[in-house]
Unconditional design. Structure first.
Length: 231
């Protein structure tokens, strides 16, 4: 997620407790399962009766119904248009994904999240009304590549293409030195936000605090400067 997503997420209602998920492949089931586990009411739908039955047998949705989401009448009869947020998880079937998204837009759904399988698919989804588009496979691939090439980076939040917040393992070179001694901002152009202490993070740590190898720290700054860290 980056700054371009902020408008969409700001528009979501905090009191929204109902979601509809269209498409019950691995991605769709994962969305259903997580929302259900968090206590939200989920309506799961798929054109394949086997997928609908699987969701019900796994108890990962409050309700599940078989329907063809390219049929606007079927969506209306199932009450999909009444949901505040609908997730279109049928990314591998481009035509069905686009028609479904268009139906939801024309049906007045305020927030539509859609899964894309390619850049062209993403553009088309935005054109027909998707408010937020995700690339699960692409994002997972990027994350894997980063973890393989920079294993010291434990987590990353991209603010934009050039700047990030990252959680990194404290480099051996920093072991035993105080934050003040390291002069991270002057040497690397980065701001230190937090360091770990006994499994918990200390926010805005004291400059006199000594860092220990094997623990973690969180910094914010330009990706170019982050890459200069001795990790």
């Amino acid at each position: 997620m980056n700054l371009s997503s902020l408008g969409f997420f700001r528009s979501l209602r905090k009191d929204n407790h109902q979601f509809a998920v269209i498409g019950l492949g691995r991605f769709g089931r994962a969305v259903c399962s997580t929302l259900h586990r968090l206590g939200y009411e989920v309506l799961a739908t798929d054109i394949d009766e086997k997928n609908v039955n699987q969701v019900m047998s796994e108890h990962i949705a409050a309700h599940a119904v078989q329907l063809d989401s390219t049929d606007s009448v079927a969506l209306k009869e199932a009450g999909i248009y009444e949901f505040d947020t609908v997730i279109v998880a049928i990314g591998n079937y481009i035509q069905e994904s686009i028609i479904t998204t268009l139906n939801l837009k024309e049906g007045g759904v305020p927030h539509i999240v859609a899964k894309a399988s390619s850049g062209v698919h993403c553009k088309l989804l935005h054109r027909v009304g998707a408010d937020h588009v995700v690339f699960p496979e692409y994002e997972a691939g990027c994350e894997l590549a980063r973890s393989l090439t920079k294993p010291a980076i434990l987590d990353r939040f991209d603010l934009d293409p050039d700047n990030s917040i990252v959680e990194v393992i404290v480099p051996d070179e920093f072991h035993g030195k105080t934050i003040g001694d390291l002069q991270i901002r002057n040497r690397y152009g980065l701001n230190l936000l937090a360091v770990s202490q006994d499994g918990k993070f200390e926010i805005n740590p004291d400059p006199k605090k000594r860092l220990e190898k094997g623990s973690a720290m969180v910094v914010i700054g330009c990706n170019r400067d982050i890459n200069r860290l001795p990790i």
